[in-house]
Write a protein that binds this ligand. Sequence first.
Ligand SMILES: *Cc1c(COP(=O)(O)O)cnc(C)c1O
Length: 232
Amino acid sequence: MDFIKKNLEEITQSIKIYAEKANRNYSDVLLVAVSKTFPVEYIKEAYNFGIKDFAENKAQELRKKAEELKEYDIKWHFIGRIQTNKVKYIVPIAEYIHSVYREKEIAEIDKIAKKHNKIQKILIEMNISGEETKGGISENELEDLLEIAKKYDNVKVTGLMTMAPYTDDEEVIKKVFCGLKEIKEKYVKNYPDLKELSMGMSNDYHVAIQCGSTMLRIGSSIFGKRNYNIGG
Ligand SMILES: *Cc1c(COP(=O)(O)O)cnc(C)c1O
């Protein structure tokens, strides 16, 4: 599994270079390793390199891996579609839930977080590109949702998340990522907890860094091609 270490050396080096180009501190850009579909041995390898943040997109898989890796000081991120009946498995484990955009999800997260005596950090997923296949809300729905979230004491909205369209056209990607940054800067005045910008994946993270990303969600560039038939 030497390839994981090699990939991580390359990616962390490249994040440093892009952060420097954007006049940003490398330490302000968190690398979240997206371990979905990959075995726990891969996670251990990345952990030994120094990665502490890992992301999963399925509640059961998160639960299973967190149990197998409970001796490890890992921060788990949930980045998948939220099924309200699975929130009870996610909340006890996740440091951040990135993909929240419905009131019923917030209500359920709050309910379970209360039981576990925790304040769950969540990010609101935004659909900037307007693609119908993508989850998330548009900017004109954001303020209402932020107001709603305020009513739930055990939920804290700490940032915004988005995905760019799958394209090689950097201008299109930039519009989406820098668009999310603008929205955050507008709303942070009234919602000071809005700190994080979760954006940037294997093929577009360099653009995300330019646009102020604080959380990169990178999977295949670290762990290789995903095979959804195995464990996915
Ligand atoms: C799978 C996934 C990623 C990682 O994608 P890669 O292209 O493998 O880096 C990032 N974010 C979300 C929401 C994902 O589902």
